[in-house]
Unconditional design. Structure first.
Length: 436
């Protein structure tokens, strides 16, 4: 058994009594109240899920296992000469809550290399799909096609299924998926957008470096992806992709079914598709302003004209955050170091300087600060990845790290089938006193 899996086993066995105690002795303790608005408006803010992988604080932003993004980046082992950590070491950290040593991180790197090879049938399926198929549909289908290899499904069908051991098989499935999805993503990209000039994987490289290699993009794009995959990995359990993965998994579906479903949720315009929408809008701003480097006054005038015409400034605001998204800040730091003179970045940075104050003055926005989507497309565009339809696939590769870590822990703690209760509109009207 690997060091990571052995460490995870110890953590699970120590954690299980905490969940059992809460259920048995404190199961009837009230956590919160639900109002009619929450039952209609997507259960917004309802405290009804549990995860120890990450927590979204309105003022601090995302914390991974208790650490902020800067703390996470500083703590984890990094490849020699690189600014950002091994993604594999981050996987160790999300699963266990322990910062791995360099030796432990490299063991996971080696484990991922052994699992990286794509089955030929995955490639055949992708090639058989219509040429106009969206990259996210291809990505989801490729994941689902590998379900026949699920160790969890085989264990369940063996007749020896024990829910206390189920996490081990979910862990194996999750690790297999994570090791392969960067190559799947790169294959889709090269097949659709680079004249089918496929670059085979390099089994000497870590996950992010190999992805950059297979995409055909030179350094420091490997560091771009280390940063990108980590900051997009997890965002509590309530977002669509994380919740969907958890929901499907709660039926004891394996990781392939569950993650494929989560990817489908991520593809929506109100979730993972937002980054490409922001970039499209930003390029429209550049065109409207004649491509010149705008002054603050130029940008303020444009922003007010946009708001007064009834439109919004995409990339600003967040359902939970009440400050600048630390994921935005992390990408901004990268841009200041590697592409400070890029035209698109200068526009993004000028928006950052003027939009929050304007939104505060307008008085409509709960959070006037930029979110992760305001910046991410700019970096990809700078490194030559100009195909909008592919951006959400990148998001999906990163999101897999968080949701699959959560799925492994769901099975480790034996979380139940998710089945909330629904009410009719008549019932809500009676509760509201509108009618008897």
């Amino acid at each position: 058994m690997s060091v990571l899996k052995e460490r995870l086993k110890v953590k699970i066995e120590a954690h299980r009594p905490r969940t059992v105690k809460l259920l048995k002795e404190f199961g009837n303790v009230k956590v919160g109240e639900v109002n009619i608005s929450q039952t209609i408006n997507g259960m917004r803010g309802v405290k009804g899920l549990t995860t120890d992988i990450s927590y979204l604080d309105p003022m601090e932003g995302i914390r991974f296992r208790g650490k902020t993004i800067p703390e996470t980046m500083a703590a984890l082992p990094k490849p020699a000469g690189k600014d950002y950590p091994y993604v594999e070491g981050f996987w160790f950290f999300l699963l266990t809550g322990d910062v791995p040593t360099e030796k432990e991180a490299l063991e996971v790197v080696d484990d991922f290399k052994k699992r990286r090879q794509l089955p030929q049938y995955v490639i055949d399926i992708l090639r058989a799909m219509p040429s106009g198929t969206h990259p996210m549909a291809m990505f989801s289908s490729a994941i689902l096609s590998m379900q026949q290899e699920s160790k969890f499904a085989k264990y369940y069908d063996s007749g020896k299924f024990n829910k206390m051991d189920a996490w081990e098989y979910m862990y194996e499935d999750s690790t297999d998926i994570l090791a392969r999805i960067p190559s799947i993503a790169a294959y889709i990209y090269r097949m659709k957008f680079k004249s089918d000039m496929i670059i085979e994987p390099n089994f000497e490289l870590d996950m992010a470096a190999n992805f950059a290699h297979q995409m055909g993009i030179d350094s420091p794009y490997d560091d771009v992806m280390r940063m990108y995959l980590i900051i997009h990995s997890d965002h509590e359990s309530g977002n669509v992709s994380a919740h969907t993965t958890h929901l499907v998994g709660s039926a004891l579906s394996d990781a392939y079914y569950s993650f494929s479903a989560g990817v489908n949720g991520l593809a929506g315009p109100l979730h993972g598709l937002a980054n490409q929408e922001v970039l499209k809008w930003l390029q429209g701003v550049v065109e409207k302003l004649g491509g010149i480097e705008p002054t603050k006054e130029d940008m303020k005038k444009f922003v007010w004209e946009t708001l007064n015409s009834g439109n919004v400034i995409p990339g600003f605001g967040h359902a939970v955050l009440r400050k600048t998204d630390p994921r935005y800040a992390s990408q901004r730091d990268f841009c200041l170091k590697h592409l400070p003179n890029d035209k698109l970045f200068k526009y993004v940075d000028m928006l950052y300087q003027v939009v929050p104050d304007i939104l505060v003055e307008q008085g409509k926005a709960k959070n006037p600060w930029p979110n992760v989507d305001a910046q991410s497309g700019v970096i990809q565009w700078f490194y030559g990845l100009t195909e909008f339809d592919f951006y959400t696939v990148l998001f999906a590769v990163g999101r897999g790290i968080g949701v699959l870590a959560n799925l492994t822990w769901d099975r480790a703690l034996g979380y139940a089938l998710e089945r909330p209760k629904s009410l009719t509109t008549d019932m809500l009207e009676e509760i509201a006193g509108i009618k008897k």
